[in-house]
Design a protein around this ligand. Structure first.
Ligand SMILES: *Cc1c(COP(=O)(O)O)cnc(C)c1O
Length: 443
């Protein structure tokens, strides 16, 4: 086995890290190299322990190395690791698709239920295929002019070209503009302020009036725009927007990649909005944070528009090699089983309160604002040092020295621990980040 020093060198020589400036990465010296994890704790190659305050980028739900999920993956591994869904089917993907359709009954609505799952491997691909489905749906139902998408300002839906096209974060997306298709940009508030939301909705109404006939679908991250730094809106804002989109004849795509699987306190955020989308995108927490898998779940109204004689070419011409991977589906099924066995959702309220208390206890002089929805939180730092000072990043690095892993989005320090975290661990997380903020901003 390579020594930590060798791994460090090989990382610098061979790994391209996502969303990372190589020069900065190298200037910071030895990277944090994770070797193991258990519960909400990760261990590095030197044996140091860290509380995983971001659920390994918003994916982990029940903790690392969970015996039930481990065992389910092992059992599946001893049967078969992968077989294709092109031209054949597989036991775990069938069972998972059925489970998802039952689970999604929790979202109320008058439109057709979400019963049909298309599997892929990341949130980006889940959104990418949703866009193609919505576009093709209209092509095949006599609405060929519906070729554009409406999305929120500051939206983030992934990093493939289609999902970037509906994205609105200039820092990430601006450079790629010449490669992207253009859409209708709907204003969204940064927090659920009634006046700001009313203004946004007035503008939205005008946009739907002007462009409604050309819009294939409205795409939204319900309740929390995660990557934008945890911008939040009320269920009422979103239900009104969805009603506008539907009145205009557009489909509704909900990207629950970040908010799904209990993050906002309910299994799906759309349960709180009381509107059932035509297409829902699920990834991140779906496998409990174990393996890459994503689901794009659609109503029969969508699916049936793709039926017909072969020669009509109404087929969805899209697929990924590892679609419906057996190990990943097994991990997702096991994660759903753990939700039941451990009463994960029922146990959330005191943890959500603990997170609220931890955010409130951060040093007020250096925190301009905190935002929270369920088990998603953000503390926006107050300072006058400019973006190049990378204050958020420096706070995250300082927090590491206090034994916790957090990751900033600009000046927002993100709190997104596994749902299995204890109230005590949340307090520890808060103390560590608080100490880090003081160190950086008073240092
Ligand atoms: C993370 C994220 C994505 C992209 O998922 P990947 O698995 O990183 O491709 C899409 N939408 C939302 C809301 C996300 O938070």
């Amino acid at each position: 086995m390579a020594t930590p020093e060798t791994l460090h060198q090989w990382d610098f020589d061979h790994v391209w890290h996502p969303f990372t400036q190589a020069s900065e990465w190298e200037a910071e010296g030895e990277p944090l190299i994770i070797e193991a994890g258990v519960g909400c704790t990760l261990m590095d190659v030197h044996g140091n322990q860290y509380l995983d305050g971001i659920s390994s980028l918003w994916t982990n739900v029940h903790g690392h190395n969970h015996p039930v999920i481990n065992q389910a993956i092992e059992a599946q591994l001893n049967r078969v690791a992968h077989s294709t869904l092109l031209g054949q089917a597989g036991r775990p993907s069938i069972e998972l698709a059925r489970q998802l359709s039952l689970l999604l009954e929790s979202i109320p609505g008058t439109t057709a239920p979400l019963r049909r799952t298309f599997f892929s491997d990341s949130g980006s691909t889940a959104v990418e295929v949703a866009l193609k489905m919505a576009f093709q749906f209209h092509q095949q139902t006599g609405q060929q002019q519906r070729t554009r998408f409406a999305a929120l300002t500051e939206a983030y839906h992934g990093d493939t070209i289609g999902s970037v096209s509906v994205g609105g974060i200039d820092l990430f997306h601006q450079i790629y503009r010449p490669m992207l298709f253009d859409g209708v940009r709907i204003p969204a508030p940064d927090r659920p302020d009634p006046t700001a939301e009313a203004d946004c909705l007035t503008e939205a109404a005008a946009l739907f009036k002007a462009h409604g006939d050309d819009i294939a679908a409205l795409v939204v991250e319900p309740l929390v725009q995660g990557a934008a730094g945890m911008r939040m809106h009320s269920p009422e804002y979103l239900s009104t927007l969805i009603d506008m989109a539907r009145t205009a004849g557009a489909l509704v795509i909900c990207d629950e990649v970040a908010v799904g699987f209990g993050r906002t306190g309910t299994m799906f955020a759309m349960e709180q909005v009381q509107r059932r989308p035509d297409i829902i995108c699920l990834a991140k927490g779906i496998s409990g944070g174990y393996l890459p898998i994503a689901a794009t779940v659609v109503s029969d109204t969508i699916y049936d528009a793709f039926r017909g004689p072969y020669a009509d070419y109404k087929t969805l011409f899209h697929g990924h090699t590892y679609t419906g991977n057996a190990l990943a589906c097994a991990s997702a099924l096991a994660s759903l089983q753990v939700f039941e066995e451990e009463g994960t959702l029922a146990q959330l309220p005191p943890k959500i309160e603990a997170l609220q208390a931890a955010l409130a206890a951060l040093p007020a002089t250096h925190v301009a604002e905190v935002r929270q929805k369920g088990m998603m939180g953000a503390a926006v730092l107050r300072h006058n040092r400019g973006a190049e000072a990378r204050v958020g990043h420096r706070v995250a690095m300082a927090a590491r020295r206090h034994g916790v892993i957090v990751r900033p989005l600009g000046d927002a320090i993100i709190f997104m621990p596994p749902l299995s975290i204890t109230a005590l661990e949340i307090e520890t997380l808060g103390f560590a980040v608080g100490a880090a903020i003081t160190e950086v901003l008073e240092g």
